[in-house]
Design a protein around this ligand. Structure first.
Ligand SMILES: *Cc1c(COP(=O)(O)O)cnc(C)c1O
Length: 222
C-alpha cells in the first residue's frame, strides 16, 4: 500500500474523538510530503534536530509533535515552533520548556509521560511523582507551559491482556486528573497507542494515537 492509502485506511478506522499523529521519524521529507498531500497535518518526530530540519522545509501549517525523550539542552531548538511535547517526565524539563517558550512569547503544550510498562527501559513518571509535580509550588509558576494531558507506552509484548491492563491504568490516572484544574493544567489529551496496539488503546479511552510504521512502512536504522 502507498503512504496515502495506508494513511486513509487508518484514518477511516479512527473515531472523531481520536487524533492521529503520523510518526515520521527516520523517514525522508518526500514521505512526509506524500502524507501531507493526503491531508495529514500532524507529524511526530523523536529527535529534535531531525524535526527542526523537516520543519524548516515543510509547509508551515503542520503541527509538529515531539514524541521522544527530550534532552534539556535541546529544547531551545524547537521552542519556536513545536506544537506538543509528549515526553515530559520531570519538573526540570518542564522548567526548561517554560524558559524557552517565554523567549518566543509562547505557551507550549505538554503531556506528562507516565511509566506504565513493566519494562524498566521506558521513561516516565509514576503516580506519586506525577502528584508531586503538579502540586508543587514551582509548577504553578510556569506560565509558558500548559499541561494538556498524559502520554504512555505499553510493554512491547504479544500479551494483549497486559497491554490492555497498562492502558486501563493510564486511563484511570488520566480521569483522576481531569477534575484538577489550574491555570497551566487542563488535562484533555490521552496519548496512547502505536501501530501495534492502537486499537487496544482506543478501546481503553485513548484520544491521540501515534502511528508510524503502519503508515510509512518499517524503519531502517543505520
Ligand atoms: C516510534 C514511536 C511511535 C510509532 O511507532 P510505530 O510502531 O512505528 O507506530 C509512537 N510513539 C513513540 C513514542 C515512538 O517513539
Amino acid at each position: 500500500m502507498s503512504i496515502k492509502e495506508s494513511l486513509l485506511t487508518i484514518k477511516s478506522e479512527l473515531p472523531d474523538t481520536v487524533t492521529l499523529v503520523a510518526v515520521s521519524k527516520t523517514k525522508p521529507v518526500s514521505d512526509l510530503e506524500e502524507a501531507y498531500a493526503a491531508g495529514q497535518r500532524i507529524f511526530g518526530e523523536n529527535k529534535i534536530q531531525e524535526m527542526t530540519q523537516k520543519w524548516e522545509v515543510m509547509p508551515k501549517d503542520i503541527q509538529w509533535h515531539m514524541i521522544g525523550h527530550v534532552q534539556t539542552n535541546k529544547v531551545k531548538y524547537m521552542a519556536e515552533y513545536v506544537s506538543l511535547v509528549h515526553g515530559v517526565d520531570s519538573l526540570k524539563l518542564l522548567k526548561e520548556i517554560n524558559k524557552q517558550a517565554k523567549k518566543h512569547n509562547r505557551v507550549i503544550n505538554c503531556l506528562l509521560q507516565m511509566h506504565i510498562a513493566e519494562e524498566s527501559t521506558k521513561f516516565g513518571l509514576d503516580k506519586e511523582e506525577l502528584d508531586n509535580l503538579i502540586t508543587s509550588d514551582v509548577f504553578k509558576t510556569l506560565e509558558n507551559v500548559n499541561v494538556v494531558g498524559l502520554m504512555g507506552m505499553a510493554t512491547f509484548t504479544d500479551d494483549k491482556n497486559q497491554v490492555k491492563k497498562e492502558f486501563a491504568t493510564l486511563k484511570e490516572i488520566f480521569s483522576s486528573l481531569q477534575s484538577i484544574k489550574s491555570t497551566n493544567l487542563d488535562v484533555k489529551i490521552l496519548s496512547m497507542g502505536m501501530s501495534g496496539d492502537y486499537k487496544l488503546a482506543m478501546d481503553q479511552g485513548s484520544t491521540m494515537v501515534r502511528i508510524g510504521s503502519s503508515i510509512f512502512g518499517s524503519r531502517n536504522y543505520s
